[in-house]
Design a protein around this ligand. Structure first.
Ligand code: ZN
Length: 293
């Protein structure tokens, strides 16, 4: 079975190997065909076919740019705004993901996480000096202490706890108070320093639901650009189906069987819960479990 989580499959060649040569980057930016990603407060513009929109690259002295890469032989950039604030999560944006052509959400996600990181990491974490963009916009350098800072990716374990097997198999779903009415999802939590993915899965399931994990299998991953997580999807086998809920994390959790998950994914009117949106890896996780991964 092929799993296709959201925010994957960008058609852009990132040109990572060229980021070390400022002259090459300057030449790419000077290319009259070079394009800039259209963004307004981190919200992209889409054409009628669901493709991201791009504009000719304006050349302003001292302007900070991030090289997103090469697409169709044309260098693609994003503007690093020196006075930008961190990105917000507007509902308008989530509606756009439903309309985006394949791969476009991945291009957007990389640009969004990168620009948002620049906006929130302007000063050196080591000495507090204002830092400068380098490596074609994929890092910041401190002119005072020489420290180099790179965009973060924070690992998050997201998991379905599974109890029973065959026709009796059920998985644990939970809802956070901020979810839309009726929505349930997989449980999730940040992987902490000094912890493996498997250990994080077991710890989170014990903390949030009081269930003891006996084994963990990894399924797939996806970048999540709000602001910059790497979601690691797993299925955990657990010892017992008795749940002790941590009410600070979840307002409800319950066990559902394959028929219930299938009905939810199909959007059937009688479904017992509303599933996560298709671009979230929790959706992929549900799909994989229903299909017997
Ligand atoms: Zn410094």
């Amino acid at each position: 079975m092929t799993l296709t989580p959201g925010f994957l499959g960008s058609p852009i060649d990132r040109l990572e190997q060229l980021r070390y040569d400022p002259q090459v980057i300057e030449a790419l930016a000077a290319n009259p065909a070079a394009l800039l990603l259209d963004l307004a407060d981190y919200v992209p513009a889409l054409d009628s076919a669901g493709h991201l929109m791009w504009s000719p690259l304006p050349r302003k002295p001292g302007e900070e740019l991030a090289l997103l890469g090469m697409l169709d032989g044309i260098p693609r950039f994003a503007h690093i705004a020196p006075d930008a604030t961190g990105a917000s999560r507007r509902q308008e944006l989530f509606d756009l993901f439903e309309r985006m052509a394949p791969g476009e959400a991945a291009t957007y996600a990389a640009a969004r996480s990168l620009l948002d990181w620049h906006a929130r990491h302007r000063f050196c974490a080591n000495c507090g000096t204002l830092t400068r963009v380098f490596r074609a916009g994929w890092a910041r350098h401190c002119p005072h202490c020489g420290a180099e800072h790179f965009p973060r990716t924070d690992p998050v374990a997201i998991m379905l706890a599974e109890h029973g097997s065959g026709n009796d198999a059920r998985v644990l779903i939970g809802r956070q108070p901020r979810f839309p009415a009726g929505r349930y999802s997989a449980l999730a939590g940040f992987v902490e320093v000094g912890e493996s993915v498997e250990e994080a899965v077991a710890r989170e399931l014990l903390e949030e639901a009081g269930v003891v994990t006996t084994s963990v299998r990894y399924l797939a991953s996806q970048p999540w650009p709000f602001p910059s997580q790497l979601m690691l999807a797993c299925i955990a086998t657990v010892k017992e189906d008795v749940v002790t809920l941590d009410m600070t994390e979840l307002e409800d959790a319950r066990w559902v069987n394959r028929a219930e998950v299938r009905a939810a994914l199909a959007g059937e009117p009688g479904a017992s819960f509303l599933p996560p949106p298709p671009y979230a890896i929790a959706h992929t996780l549900f799909q994989a479990w229903v299909e017997g991964a």
